[in-house]
Design a protein around this ligand. Structure first.
Ligand code: ADP
Ligand code: MG
Length: 241
């Protein structure tokens, strides 16, 4: 399988008053064509920092200081980004149509992308504004914008964490459908169960370091690292007796 990128001994820190504070690394990490990888870890583990570097969004001005290598074997514009908070990600002064046209001018492509995210034009007007949409609809618009790029890799950073559980299930269902079209996913989450029937492989991060990675379901059945075991044990179970 063709690799999409390889990170080798990649280290990322942020400039602070006391020098550079390490956020990630050193890590070795890669994703292959069509592969769906979960990046799991608690808040502050460095997941978003690693995702932003893969997206090319950590410029010098961000305060990030980077060492090691990140080799991309695709173009950056073949990577799409689905951010965490759909409420903050859309410009409140721009119509939904204007957002979509930023990515693709062709009306039929826009209609097709909206249909893919189950928002056909009888459900949403291109003249509507973000405040007129529910959180789930906004997230679907962001997913449609990502699909319009016809990406080889989608980086989704906690894409469901600002949605309630029924909408979460709905969006995960949509991701499963998109995954079937052959795109690779880097699915960043602190919610381990979401990766279970979505990702082929998971990478567990703690305090900037990859503590364990492996294929599913094997890694969840036989975790080698105590931290992975702790994450698995902390998943709440429903008691219905
Ligand atoms: P996660 O996504 O796993 O919650 P982050 O990558 O956001 O983790 O953060 C990793 C570490 O880097 C944290 O200690 C966080 O405070 C720090 N950090 C993240 N973004 C910045 C930034 N822009 N400037 C300085 N420190 C940051
Ligand atoms: Mg994050």
């Amino acid at each position: 399988m063709k690799k999409l990128f390889t990170a080798s001994q990649l280290e990322i820190g942020y400039r602070s008053r006391n020098g550079v504070k390490k956020a990630v690394g050193p890590v070795d990490f890669q994703i292959e064509e069509g592969e769906c990888v979960g990046l799991i870890g608690e808040s502050g583990a460095g997941k978003s920092t690693l995702a932003l570097e893969i997206l090319g969004l950590l410029g010098w001005k961000s305060g990030a200081r980077i060492a090691g290598r990140l080799d991309l074997f695709i173009n950056r514009d073949e990577i799409a980004y689905i951010p965490q908070d759909p409420h903050a990600a859309l410009d409140p002064l721009c119509s939904i149509g204007a957002h979509l046209r930023e990515v693709a001018k062709d009306r039929s492509l826009i209609e097709k992308a909206l249909e893919q995210v189950r928002l056909p034009l009888d459900k949403i007007s291109l003249n509507s504004y973000p405040h007129e949409l529910s959180g789930g609809m906004k997230q679907r618009v962001l997913i449609a914008m990502a699909l319009l790029r016809q990406p080889k890799l989608i980086v989704a950073d906690e894409p469901t964490s600002s949605l309630d559980v029924t909408l979460q299930a709905d969006i995960m269902d949509l991701f499963r459908q998109i995954r079937g079209t052959g795109m690779a996913f880097l699915f960043v989450t602190h919610q381990m169960p979401l990766t279970r029937d979505f990702c082929q492989r998971v990478v567990i991060m703690r305090a900037g370091i990859i503590v364990e990675q492996g294929r599913l379901p094997d890694l969840f059945l036989n975790p080698g690292n105590p931290y992975t075991r702790m994450l698995i044990d902390s998943v709440p179970r429903l008691c219905l007796s």
